[in-house]
Ligand binder design. Structure first.
Ligand code: GAL
Length: 765
């Protein structure tokens, strides 16, 4: 890794792995307008043959795979119910095979790029074992050049070990999440010239001053000759803003005087592209494109500064797993989580707990203006020297893969919540700083008195009140979580308290600039091991459920936005829900809102007026409304109407029926159109509401699904609602047309939705 960085090029080799070849880089290069004909990236996601359990000889070219199942990747080695399954079921070694024909132009090199395989992959081409890559969260590549049979059938075999191997982070002890298994991210073949651009670090420098530049470091693979040069350009779409040319393997190129630059920030996350071209004399040999943003993100004793402006960080932790398929969701679904966090939950930061997540998710964070704290795989346990070496390698792989994402402001280089280990963490920090001197490091801990080798004290603090910061640069990286697991259909007291606990912590964080802010545990409920969670293999720690549907705690996050963005008025209770402690009815009512005043009517008679609870939550942008209705005479029960006011004007109104009942089934796809590539998917939310569209948190009912057209259901069928809501995903087949999804509720009738499927290009290989 050291020589990789300092010399700026790699030796040619039969196999390179990890950061040495990057999936994202390949995708970027492919999608750019390319003049170079030498590089081709051929997606290889379809037509995999999946054989289930690996058996001896299953990677051999002639192995009989006629009975294997034809699958597309991302693929999960098993499909699961959304909870209450046996976590051992994905822990086995499986076999995937892919037949292909390829005649690369003479002299070209061929690589296979895996974006992520859980947890170890032994890759064989035409009977030649290329090696085992260990690690489920980082990309890797193998060079196939000398084994490809031009014009003849080739077979790539991947034995995927999804057991919890103690030699691979995060394993070795118990962990509070499931990793699942399979080739769960994309695969591609990459055809490149003998010397090619492996990676580009395009680092904006002096971002806030008029002499800002971009330093472009090109990492080459192969044996560059002395006459090779690199030309780099900074572009705003097609417009070239700055360019520089230099020898291929010297100091970074400096793109100077780019003129007026729009900064990347949370509201306007402006992105630019950097294109690097490799020349042999005057002949262009290779081209590589990446996206960047101009921003300066620093943790300081006064809190977090983005472009010199103080920003109180308010965010949530995200696990990358989904119901039914674990991590094996395509780009569209990965990307959508970033929007859920930014647009629905109004977060300004997410932590990728506890591992590098999909680059699709990170791309969407760049585009949405959502800051990211990304960290290496690990959970409390530190293994032996070889295990630590892998973790150090993970640091390099994470940074090499993701260093151009403007959304990433902090590298997490410590195993989450681990004990001190001076030598190990000296190495992880040194490597992070050596590869990227533009970002600070963090290392998440819960122990107060530990050795800080990172730049920022990133602390999990689950108590309340919070402990005072024990370092000038201090970020709370987890709170709540296991201290108060909450299902949406729990007793209303608990559901409201769940929202208030998040409010209390954020209020304290907002009260003191020494807290840079906080990242709550967590965004979404997630599947976990038997010795964690609620006993059904779920940690109900999310402010949203496992289907990404907000609970009242999620509505609290949403309510913190500026009303100019969205007016939020969300009661955290149901009016006709009568099992509150101490006598039923609604005695205490929490309403989260960014209104500044509420008028509350029962049966159209004004009963109460309320202001935000400034006394308890006064540091929040929008304190919740907490009403004590004890002693009120509400026996004349009827509809409750809440009108929200801002500066004296009525801006929102919500009606909660006194006589609440299941009234309507809603079937809501996130997307109206998919690509017919056999991979693309969209969530379809199933929901029962009252006549005002309000939630029915105790509603059940098995919904029978029937699908027609070029799509299939990812999920359970029939699907039983839990808490009045749930979701399945619809995945396209490799065809164009219209999917019709019919959903029949036992007593609310049938709804049908349509999703168009566009024709997709066939894969070239
Ligand atoms: C933390 C841990 C998280 C999660 C959380 C539950 O200690 O870092 O991964 O387990 O507890 O509250």
């Amino acid at each position: 890794m050291d020589s990789f960085n300092r010399r700026g090029f790699l030796k040619a080799g039969a196999a390179v792995s990890g950061a040495a070849a990057l999936w994202q880089a390949a995708v970027n290069a492919q999608s750019a307008t390319s003049h170079a004909t030498n590089r081709r990236v051929l997606p290889m996601n379809r037509n995999w043959l999946y054989g289930g359990h690996a058996v001896p000889g299953c990677s051999a070219p002639g192995f009989d795979d006629a009975k294997f199942q034809r699958v597309t990747v991302p693929h999960s080695n098993r499909i699961f119910p959304w909870h209450s399954f046996d976590e051992k079921d994905f822990q086995f070694v499986s076999i995937y095979r892919r037949h292909f024909n390829l005649t690369p132009p003479p002299g070209r090199r061929v690589f296979v790029d895996f974006a992520g395989v859980m947890t170890a992959a032994t890759v064989t081409i035409n009977g030649h074992k290329l090696g085992e890559y260990r690690g489920g969260y980082t990309p890797f590549s193998f060079e196939l050049t000398e084994y490809i049979k031009a014009g003849a059938p080739n077979v790539l075999a991947v034995e995927v070990d999804s057991t919890e191997r103690p030699d691979i982070p995060p394993f070795g002890e118990n962990i509070d999440y499931l990793t699942f298994g399979g080739i769960y991210r994309e695969v591609a073949l990459r055809i490149v010239p003998p010397v090619f651009i492996e990676n580009v670090f395009a680092k904006p420098v002096n971002v806030l001053s008029s002499d800002r530049t971009v330093q472009v470091k090109c990492l080459l693979n192969g044996h560059p000759s002395g006459s090779m040069t690199v030309k780099a350009e900074l572009r705003d779409d097609a417009r070239v803003l700055a360019a520089a040319t230099g020898p291929a393997f010297n100091e970074p190129l400096t793109l100077a005087n780019p003129g007026d630059i729009e900064l990347w920030d949370l509201e306007h996350p402006k992105l630019y592209t950097v294109v690097a071209r490799l020349y042999q004399g005057n002949t262009e040999v290779d081209e590589y494109t990446t996206r960047i943003g101009f921003r300066e993100g620093r943790f300081t004793p006064q809190g977090f500064m983005l472009n010199g402006q103080h920003i109180k960080l308010r965010g949530l932790n995200r696990h990358q797993t989904f119901p039914f398929v674990g991590g094996a969701m395509p780009a569209r679904v990965q990307r959508r989580d970033a929007l859920v966090l930014k647009r629905d939950l109004k977060c300004n930061i997410v932590r990728t707990s506890h591992y590098p997540q999909s680059t699709h998710f990170l791309d969407a964070c760049d585009e949405a203006g959502l800051l990211v704290f990304e960290e290496i795989p690990g959970w409390q346990h530190i293994g032996d020297q070889a295990w630590q070496d892998l973790a150090v390698r993970n640091v390099g792989e994470m940074i090499h893969r993701d260093w151009n994402h403007p959304s990433i402001i902090l590298w997490g280089v410590r195993i989450n919540e681990s004990q001190d280990n001076h030598d190990f963490y000296t190495r992880t920090n040194a490597l992070a700083h050596e590869l990227d001197d533009s970002r600070q490091t963090g290392g998440v801990r819960y122990l107060y008195d530990t050795e800080l080798l990172e730049d920022v004290m990133t602390m999990n603090d689950f108590g309340f009140p919070l402990r005072p910061p024990n370092h000038p640069l201090y970020l709370n990286t987890e709170f709540n979580g296991h201290m108060f697991p909450t299902k949406r259909y729990d007793n209303v007291d608990r559901v409201m308290e769940h929202a208030l606990r998040h409010a209390r912590v954020h209020n304290q964080l907002a009260s003191d600039d020494r807290y840079a802010g906080g990242i709550g545990w967590c965004a979404f409920d997630y599947n976990t091991h038997a010795n964690f969670g609620s006993g059904d293999k779920i940690c109900y720690h999310g402010v949203s459920d496992i289907f990404r549907i907000a609970k009242p705690a999620g509505q609290f996050y949403r309510s913190q936005c500026d009303p100019k963005e969205e007016i939020v008025l969300e009661p955290c209770f149901n009016w006709s829900q009568g099992d509150q402690s101490e006598g039923g009815g609604i005695r205490h009512a929490v309403i989260v809102s960014n209104c500044d005043h509420l008028k509350i009517y029962v049966k159209d008679t004004l009963k109460f007026e309320a202001d935000p609870d400034q006394a308890t939550y006064g540091h929040l942008p929008h304190p919740p409304f907490v009403l004590d209705l004890t002693g009120e005479h509400l026996e004349d029960w009827g509809d409750l109407r809440i009108d929200g006011y801002l500066n004296g004007a009525k801006v929102a109104s919500k009606t909660l029926p006194g006589n609440d009942y299941d009234r309507e089934l809603h079937v809501e796809p996130d997307d109206a159109e998919l690509m017919g590539d056999g991979v693309d998917a969209t969530r379809v939310v199933l929901r029962v509401t009252n006549e005002h569209g309000g939630a029915r948190p105790f509603s059940t009912g098995a919904i029978a699904l029937h699908i027609e057209g070029p799509g299939e259901i990812v999920g359970e069928n029939p699907f039983s609602l839990a808490g009045g809501v749930g979701a399945i995903w619809v995945r396209s087949k490799e065809a164009a047309g219209t999917i019709r999804l019919h959903a029949r509720h036992p007593y609310l009738g049938t709804k049908t939705v349509e999703i168009k499927v566009k024709a997709a290009e066939p894969e070239a290989v």
